[in-house]
Design a protein around this ligand. Sequence first.
Ligand SMILES: [Ca+2]
Ligand SMILES: [Ca+2]
Ligand SMILES: [Ca+2]
Length: 260
Amino acid sequence: MRRITKNSLFWLLAILGMQWVTGGSLWAATVVDVAITKVADVAQAATGETITYTLTVTNKGTAPSDAPGVKVTDTLPAGLTIESVEAPGTYNCSNTVSTLVCDRTEDLPIGNSDIITVKAKVDDDIEDETLLSNNAEANASAGASEFEPSDNSSSVDVEVVTCGNDQLAFNEDCDDGNTNNGDCCSSKCTYDSSGTACDEGNPFSRGRCDGSGFCELEQLTLDEAIANCSLNREGTGGQKAWWALLPLGFFLLRRRVLSS
Ligand SMILES: [Ca+2]
Ligand SMILES: [Ca+2]
Ligand SMILES: [Ca+2]
C-alpha cells in the first residue's frame, strides 16, 4: 500500500484551498444563478390595446460565476402579437409575431441585471375574459450549472375585457351590448359627445346624445316630420313612398283627439 507522503498531502491541501477560493470551479462546471422576473403594465386589457411586458434578467450572485451565454425566450400566447422589443446592446434579439429569443453576447456578471421590454397588442377577435398567460425563461449556456432553477422562468397573466359584451369594464365609459355607433355609446364603449345625432327609429322625433350615454328626443314639427318620413322612405326605395304618410295620418288624428 502506498503511503501518503508530506509532498502529496501538501498538494491535496493546496487543491482544496484553491477550491475554497474559487468556489469549486476547478473541478465543477461553472455554477451560476440566473433569474428572470416578468411583469405587465396592466392586469386587464381591451382588444386592440398594447400591453408592455418588462423582463428583468439577473445573475443573482448566490453562485460564484458570471453567467455565460444567457438566452432569454418569451413565447406569447395566442391572442397577442409582438409589436416591438427593446433590449440592451449586449443582446441579439429576434422575434416572430409570438416568439422572442434574445442571446446575450457577453457573460452576465454576478449581481448585474438587464431589462428587456416587449410590447404586444391584443388581437381584435379575442374573446372576453380570456386569460393571456405569458411565460418567459432565462438560462445560461448548457455548460453552466444552474444553482437555483426555480426562478429561471416567470409568468404573468392579463385578462382581456371587451367592448360590446354588456359588461362595464374599467376602461369603458359605457357598454350597451353592441359595437354600433350612433346610439350614444360608441363602438369603443366611450360616450358620444353631447349633441351627437342619435336615431331612435321614431320618424316624429329627433335624437341628440346628452354626453353621458343617453339619447334625448325632441319632437319634430309637422313639416319636419313629413320631410323626415319622405327622406327615410326615399332612401330605401328610390321613389317617394306616399304610404309613409299613413302613420303620419294616425299621428295627426291622435293629436286632434287629444286636443279636443
Ligand atoms: Ca436561478
Ligand atoms: Ca365591456
Ligand atoms: Ca353602441
